[in-house]
Design a protein around this ligand. Sequence first.
Ligand code: ATP
Length: 357
Amino acid sequence: MAFLEIENLRKTFGANTVVQGFDLAVEKGEFISFLGPSGCGKTTTLRMVAGFEQPDSGRIAIGNKDVTGLRANQRQIGMVFQSYALFPNMTVAENVAYGLKIARRPAAEIRARVEEMLALIKLPSMAQRYPHQLSGGQQQRVALARALSINPQVLLLDEPLSALDAKIRISLREEIRAVQRKLGITTIYVTHDQEEALSISDRIVVMNEGRIDQVGTPFEIYNRPKTRFVASFVGTLNIVQGEVLDAALGRIQIDGQEVKVSRGLNGLASGATQAFALRPEAVTLGEGGDGRNRLRGTIDQVSFLGSVVRIRVRLKDNAILLDTFNNPNLTPPEFGSAVAVNFGTEDLLVLEGGERG
Ligand code: ATP
């Protein structure tokens, strides 16, 4: 059994089903992100794991123990919120000591633990300050120390960086990950920010309308998205429509130009229309070598983004975005020029069809 088991969780608010059929097994020490757009049920799922919300059905087990019916304070969970939620009239040290005081730990143990936690989050000199005397980033580090001080079995973070500015967000997410690795604590991190999820997670759970679309490592989620939703929510993407010519031979055509697809066509009928995902960074300008797919079109957009120049090549109904690295010694490709683009047969990803595809 995995350390944290979530089975067939379901939650409705009135007529609104916000989480359904949610299954997940999390290994001890794993860092998992719940990623999805606003309203997809991330927070509700996290709150059910925490014990702040009761599921309508389903089961949650931590360390082989069924905790579904237990209240939050009986689950040994550490929680960090977007809003920090520090006690404003308590010092940093008192905030960090809070859970240990409630648990009636001896004073000497509390003192030692607070010191250890403040060293861990690199704020040892701030013990006697009050929250309003700290920056947002510092307050969130204190909230993290407070959550960890009770030595929880699972750490839950609900959009902890959303209230902070971009630079702090990046440094703090690296710090959170470093602390998590150091303690080896099983962690669930809720975010709607795909870059954040990709950069810090062992595995990402992509949620869409209360259900899981895909669970995978950042590499898998980005490079092998299973549904159209995952593909378009994570990263920039081309979605092109192709017509199947011969599935067994991997032959399709896009706007009348034949290309090959190395996998995923099995079972599709000749003449069927199929959506494919293609990452901009998998596409290169030029004819390409043997075994590469080649499509011809016209450049109808050039966006200079600094280190990268993003180019759009219009075929007919389809257009393909591609990224090239800026080279100060070369003139960028020109709007309106006729070009070829090339990519590997494995770079065209078949997107699952259907309502949720
Ligand atoms: P966000 O990032 O906006 O918080 P989320 O993915 O975390 O989104 P949830 O907060 O879990 O989504 O909300 C999922 C849906 O459940 C939303 O439509 C929300 O309005 C609804 N919801 C959440 N809590 C309640 C509640 N206590 N009563 C009624 N509806 C709720």
